[in-house]
Design a protein around this ligand. Sequence first.
Ligand code: HEC
Length: 107
Amino acid sequence: MHCDSRGILRVLWLVAVVALVPSLSLADDAGKVLFDRKCAMCHGVDGVAKNMAAGSANLNDPEWQEANSAESIVTVITEGKGRMKGYDGRLTEAEIKQIADYVKTLK
Ligand code: HEC
């Protein structure tokens, strides 16, 4: 039987996509669920600051997004900033990272 390598590559590619997509979207979901539960009452589901987040940038603002990395967001969540209390000890490092990655997807 003739079996060309493009066919094999296509199968490998499919396997990779099928294996990766659910794990990526699960991580996103965890970040979104946590953000909606812990942050949205102040920062809004869409990242637009409500009264309780007065003084905060809108987290979906393109310029703010440009200026803030996931790492700097991790620091704010962990240590707090101004009137926002830090989540050190109330969220795990992994949860904080998931939330920060999710915040980076807000548009
Ligand atoms: C009780 C309301 C409240 C909650 C809950 C809250 N924040 Fe905040 N957040 C604030 C306020 C107020 C500020 C502005 C602090 C300052 O600069 O004085 C702020 C600032 C921030 C900033 C910095 C924005 C900037 O202007 O650079 C980030 C990022 C942020 N919050 C993310 C989060 C995330 C993620 C969560 C959930 C884990 C969260 N916050 C939960 C009130 C809140």
